[in-house]
Design a binder for this molecule. Structure first.
Ligand code: GLN
Length: 319
């Protein structure tokens, strides 16, 4: 086993869970009522190793929407189906140093990277217009959902229609980004912007829970082979690209500090979820809705910092 004494390891995870549970900092996202109603007490942690050992504690089966945690997944899917050369004709690999929804493109007039809204909307247009363009929006939705599900060992994902509808209602900035990119001819030919935006909101509104997301993280930790089904879902080069950008851009404007302090690829979302990858060891998902001012889950961050205090998982620990 990659973690020989799993029982011992679990004791640490449990202690870290309870320490983080007492944190009362942060505010739940309030830009749409569906997220504002989230329960601040919810707190779950799930772990899945690359050899399939699993442990979960807390609210690990309560569904939440993926939100920005969908960004590395759609990016992975685009890399896998279109290849990195095509994808990176359209989207960069540089941290923006700006807010996740800032109205800004890089000096080539491309979105900075796929982990911010502009880049993720663009990745959605690639998935929609370049890979199997004959599919309708309905077919495309099923196609993406089943891809996400394969990353998660064939667990079934949900879809929160209320969140989808209100995302679309409260989307002035995202539409502004969408039009700004159209003005600068960022999209592939024949992109239907309305469909592309809907597709982006749908990806944000897919639902999973900590248990399921920890398997996705473990598939990334395992070079693209799902540890539960042994299915090869992603090529190693796709995984490398996804993890590289999670490492440099996954935690909003805290990405640099997170890379310094924790040294692990991770992606957070506005629902309070966080995907954390310990390459060649395990995937972790934490979920707790209260967010700090930069948009990262307060309990999730505290958990990661404690993880790195107790274990030598930081990328530069073992030198
Ligand atoms: N639905 C959110 C948006 O597009 C997702 C962003 C996030 O999780 N930070 O604004």
């Amino acid at each position: 086993f990659v973690i020989p004494d799993f029982q011992d390891f679990i004791k640490d995870i449990e202690e870290m869970y309870w320490t983080a549970k007492s944190i009362t900092d942060g505010k739940v996202a309030s830009y749409i009522p569906q997220l504002a109603r989230a329960n601040s007490d919810n707190w779950g942690v799930s772990v899945c190793t690359i050899d399939g050992q699993r442990f979960s504690i807390g609210d690990v089966t309560v569904p939440f929407t993926l939100q920005s945690c969908s960004k590395p997944l759609t990016y992975a899917m685009a890399l896998e189906t279109l290849g990195p050369d095509v994808v990176h004709q359209y989207v960069g690999t540089e941290p923006s140093g700006r807010n996740f929804n800032e109205l800004v493109l890089d000096h080539n007039m491309k979105p900075h990277n796929p982990m911010i809204n502009a880049g993720a909307i663009l990745v959605c247009s690639l998935l929609k217009s370049l890979d199997k363009p004959e599919m309708t929006l309905a077919e495309k939705f099923d196609y993406v959902m089943s891809f996400f599900s394969r990353l998660a060992g064939n667990e079934v994902l949900g879809f929160n229609n209320a969140v989808f509808l209100s995302e679309r209602e409260a989307a002035d900035r995202n539409y502004a980004l969408g039009f700004y990119m159209r003005e600068h001819k960022c999209y592939p030919d024949k992109t239907n912007l309305r469909e592309c935006m809907d597709f982006y909101f749908q990806c944000c509104s897919m639902e999973a829970n900590c248990d399921i997301m920890s398997i996705m993280a473990a598939t990334l930790a395992n070079g693209g082979i799902c540890p539960i089904t042994d299915e090869k879902v992603l090529r190693p080069d796709s995984v490398r690209n996804v993890l590289s950008l999670m490492h440099s851009c996954g935690m909003y404007d805290y990405s640099g500090q997170f890379a310094f302090k924790v040294g692990l690829p991770a992606k957070s979302g506005v629902s309070g979820a966080m995907l954390i990858v310990v390459p060649n060891v395990m995937g972790i998902c934490t979920w707790s809705p209260p967010l700090d001012p930069l948009g990262n889950s307060c309990r999730g961050l505290q958990f990661c910092e404690e993880l790195i205090k107790r274990f030598n998982f930081h990328k530069y620990d073992n030198i």
